[in-house]
Write a protein that binds this ligand. Structure first.
Ligand SMILES: *Cc1c(COP(=O)(O)O)cnc(C)c1O
Length: 390
């Protein structure tokens, strides 16, 4: 069980704000902030390279902690500065050609879809949208029927940024495996709130960020790439760390997922994110998931009783993200009013996931995302605050 009193005392931000924005950027626990400060202090006192040398063990632990978290091998993990670039490093490295087909879903994240549009213009592949089932999640049976000889990639989002939906990632993985199609999973909103096991899911590549449900620092992210898939991806960029200049006319890529990393990076952030993963694992991802799902469902249930409020979350299984609108008031105005009271949420804009918003004819929504450090008292306070906004 999670000792909520201890957790909150280790989360200084809890004393200042009602934070329902872990899907945007969460609150760091004290050990993460301490780790960041330790490295930065070193940089200040002895310079960046020496500070990095002193942090070697923590830097190595980044790979083993993520491997433990995701059930991967340390060699399959890369540090990347954010989730978008992590995803890009594999997507832009795939050998997609004219006539190939890429399957995604309505819930797909804007940055990923923009990359599909950009690359399909350049290379001439087609984008296929797998339909949703009645609950709003990916229709796995329809997916199975859509895959043809030209299908080269299934790229979907596990937990979309704009709603409660948890896509059936492992069922999609079974279909991908059955047809031998490469499977790229955007797990930016799932890692840190749900148990994510790459072996169980069966994805070939998975990307995520540090600042959201993992509670790490900003400007940090990670990438998982299954060993067996490495030779099917040519990293879109190389440098003198991801590759070695072995002869004047040749080079060799680094082993494992590190071929996708930049040499220069935010060392304090790497160590801070490692510490965030260690913190989450010490609490136990199953405990975290249970509490997040329960709190979010309570929040949905409470909000549904408020006059004029509509909750818009989809899916059979729902996450810690709760989206809603209130009749007659723009979501931005609601968020502004809440902010004045020290209550933090995000507004999910139409441009964040255009296919989903257009299909459901939705305006911008309020996105209230809970984490395990939140409480039922906060939910009650939040719902009271929403009630009186008009
Ligand atoms: C936030 C988000 C991203 C982008 O993460 P960055 O670290 O900001 O690049 C990608 N996918 C989803 C689903 C997200 O919610």
């Amino acid at each position: 069980m999670i000792d909520i009193k201890r957790i909150r005392s280790e989360t200084p931000g809890c004393q200042h704000v009602l934070h329902f924005n872990s899907a945007g950027s969460s609150l760091m626990p004290a050990p993460v902030f301490d780790a960041l400060q330790r490295v930065l202090r070193g940089e200040n006192e002895v310079g960046g390279y020496e500070a990095e040398r002193r942090a070697q063990d923590d830097i190595q632990a980044f790979y083993t902690e993520f491997a433990g978290l995701l059930n991967a091998d340390p060699d399959e993990i890369a540090y990347i500065e954010n989730a978008t670039r992590a995803w890009d490093m594999v997507f832009y490295g795939l050998n997609l050609k004219a006539g190939d087909r890429v399957i995604t879903h309505e819930s797909e994240y804007a940055s990923n879809y923009l990359a599909f549009l950009q690359q399909s213009r350049r290379l001439g592949f087609e984008i296929d949208l797998v339909p949703s089932d009645a609950s709003g999640q990916i229709d796995v049976e329809a997916l199975d029927g859509m895959i043809g000889p030209k299908t080269k990639l299934i790229a979907i989002t596990h937990v979309p940024t704009q709603g409660g939906l948890v896509n059936p990632a492992a069922e999609v993985g079974k279909v991908a495996k059955k047809h031998g199609v490469i499977y790229l999973l955007d797990a930016c909103q799932s890692v840190g709130q749900l148990q994510v096991d790459v072996a169980e899911i069966g994805c070939d590549m998975l990307s995520g960020t540090g600042r959201k449900f993992l509670r790490g620092p900003r400007g940090t992210g990670f990438l998982y790439v299954r060993k067996e898939i490495l030779d099917q991806i040519d990293p879109p960029f190389v440098d003198l760390h991801s590759a070695t200049w072995t002869e004047t006319t040749g080079y060799e890529l680094a082993d494992g997922a590190r071929r996708f990393q930049n040499w220069e990076s935010f060392v304090a952030g790497r160590v801070g994110l490692m510490e965030a993963v260690r913190y989450a694992r010490a609490l136990g991802m199953s405990h975290i998931e249970d509490r997040v799902i329960k709190l979010a469902q309570d929040l949905r249930d409470e909000l549904s009783t408020v006059n004029g409020v509509s909750v818009h979350d989809l899916g059979q299984k729902k996450s810690g993200i709760v989206t809603f609108t209130k009749d007659g008031i723009e979501s931005k105005a609601i968020a502004d009013t809440l902010r004045d009271q020290g209550i933090y949420v995000s507004v999910a804009p139409v441009t964040g996931a255009r296919l989903d918003f257009e299909a459901r004819n939705l305006p911008a929504m309020i996105r209230a995302s809970v984490h395990y450090f939140n409480t039922h008292d906060e939910i009650a306070r939040f719902v009271d605050a929403v009630k009186v906004i008009c």
